[in-house]
Design a protein around this ligand. Structure first.
Ligand SMILES: Cc1cc2nc3c(=O)[nH]c(=O)nc-3n(C[C@H](O)[C@H](O)[C@H](O)COP(=O)(O)OP(=O)(O)OC[C@H]3O[C@@H](n4cnc5c(N)ncnc54)[C@H](O)[C@@H]3O)c2cc1C
Length: 434
């Protein structure tokens, strides 16, 4: 029997993982990547001695399998960190998460948040999150004070749409919910507890986050970079590359963003197109800075819920690894969210960011900037609104019926971490009927 021809589209973590797991089983495949290097969002660049990722990328593990895989790939080049994360609100920095660290906020705000939480704690646990909007869940779980002072402004800024437009499907484990006792303790004094899935994280000692993708790709044969797929022909089961060459397939594992698929498949049936058009997302404008200044704070990142500030998060990359900045210097990654609903003034955004970095005490007028760099990430976070599930299902079902297996965060259009994307690649291979 003829061997099945398997093509993987995209050499981000999901595509690399799919190819790695196929080849580990002795099944050949080809990987086509449009960029000149592998990694997708899990890439890093070195500019004048500063290593910048495509915005902050930290490893969190829920599954031993993924941890062991990466540990085996990186060996001693993987370091565990205890999170130092902060929230800038009402002119003060308090520890993350806001809801468990009301101590340090102005007394009136802390009181409003605590009383609201006490009220909300009488609501009991949500029985079925499917019935609630994200706004309902926030109010039900945290009460009106925490909702007003952090959850609503931060999430509106991050998602670029109001929380009542969102469902709760993506939530699982992402937002820590402390007990009433923990909230009271965190109001009376600085909490010593760590909360949430990212209380610890891992990061390569040297080389930036791209080390993960590079180590994986080093064990994979037949990866072709600078090979953009420009057309998928379902009739003859063939892809066309930008160079004009064509490749036949039996199965395509696609990690390409779902909203791009209608541009690639000719003659998409009229009943299928609307599903793809309903998919929504936010985009991330990532501004990286290398600074001629030492930073001994040890902080890893901070959240900025305030509406007037353009950024929602700032990270301090040199604190993930001293090798990310030259000795005696430091670096920042700044993240700004935008979308069709909330467009970004790209001409003026970096000047605006610089001005506000001074206001929030992260830069001084006298600080010398050594390098700056921008990554404009079109597909940031798939947005979970009321149409997400039906649109995602229609789109992915159609692809599967045509031997295209959607994979990864953007291929399957789900809120996935690096770990999830790696596991997604493995799962896709398990599902292939060869
Ligand atoms: C701002 C931001 C911060 C994040 N931070 C974290 C974090 O801290 N921790 C964490 O675990 N996860 C984080 N993530 C999530 C993480 O980046 C993803 O889960 C993971 O990298 C997705 O991998 P992927 O392979 O599915 O997609 P991608 O990395 O996007 O890979 C898809 C690949 O397909 C290629 N491609 C696209 N079109 C074509 C074409 N036509 N032809 C050929 N190739 C094509 C792309 O160039 C790309 O290489 C973050 C995501 C964002 C946006």
């Amino acid at each position: 029997m003829r061997k099945k021809r398997i093509i993987v589209l995209g050499a981000g973590l999901a595509g690399l993982s799919a190819a790695w797991h196929l080849q580990k089983k002795g099944i050949a495949c080809q990987v086509f990547e449009k960029e000149s290097e592998v990694g997708g969002l899990c890439r890093s660049k070195n500019i004048d001695g500063f290593t910048f990722d495509y915005s902050g990328h930290l490893l969190h593990f829920k599954h031993d399998y993924a941890f062991n895989l990466i540990k085996n790939l990186l060996g001693n080049n993987l370091i565990e960190h205890k999170r130092s994360a902060w929230i800038y609100s009402t002119g003060a920095y308090t520890p993350y998460p806001f809801q468990a660290n009301l101590h340090g906020l102005p007394a009136q705000i802390a009181k409003e948040c605590l009383l609201g939480f006490i009220d909300a704690s009488k609501n009991g646990k949500v029985k079925d999150k499917k019935e609630l909007t994200f706004l309902d869940w926030i109010n039900h779980t945290f009460g009106s004070g925490i909702a007003r002072h952090f959850m609503i402004p931060y999430n509106t800024k991050f998602w670029t749409v109001a929380p009542e437009e969102l469902t709760c499907e993506w939530l699982d484990g992402f937002i820590p919910v402390p007990s009433l006792k923990e909230v009271i303790e965190g109001t009376l004094e600085e909490s010593k507890r760590q909360f949430g899935y990212n209380a610890h994280f891992w990061y390569p000692k040297k080389g930036g986050i791209s080390e993960v993708a590079l180590a994986l790709s080093g064990q994979i044969k037949n990866i072709y970079t600078d090979c953009e797929v420009t057309e998928i022909n379902l009739k003859v089961k063939e892809i066309r590359l930008k160079s004009g060459s064509r490749e036949k397939f039996d199965y395509l594992i696609s990690t390409l963003p779902l909203p791009e698929i209608p541009h690639l498949i000719k003659g998409l049936p009229a009943r299928i197109s609307p599903g793809f058009r309903k998919l929504r997302w936010n985009s991330i404008f990532n501004f990286n800075l290398g600074i001629e200044k030492k930073d001994g704070s040890g902080r890893h990142w901070a959240y900025f819920p305030q509406e007037g500030l353009p950024f929602f998060r700032i990270g301090f990359a040199h604190n993930f690894s001293a090798f990310l900045a030259p000795a005696g210097k430091s670096s920042l990654y700044v993240e700004v969210s935008y979308s069709e609903e909330k467009p970004l003034d790209k001409k003026n955004i970096t000047a605006h960011i610089m001005q506000e970095l001074n206001k929030v005490g992260i830069l001084n007028q006298s600080d010398k900037i050594c390098v700056s760099d921008v990554n404009d990430i079109k597909y940031g976070y798939p947005l979970y609104d009321k149409n997400h599930n039906s649109a995602q299902e229609t789109a992915t079902q159609y692809l599967r019926q045509n031997n295209i297996i959607p994979c990864g965060r953007y291929g399957s259009w789900r809120y996935m971490s690096m770990e999830d994307s790696i596991l997604g690649g493995r799962e896709t291979v398990k599902q292939l009927k060869l």
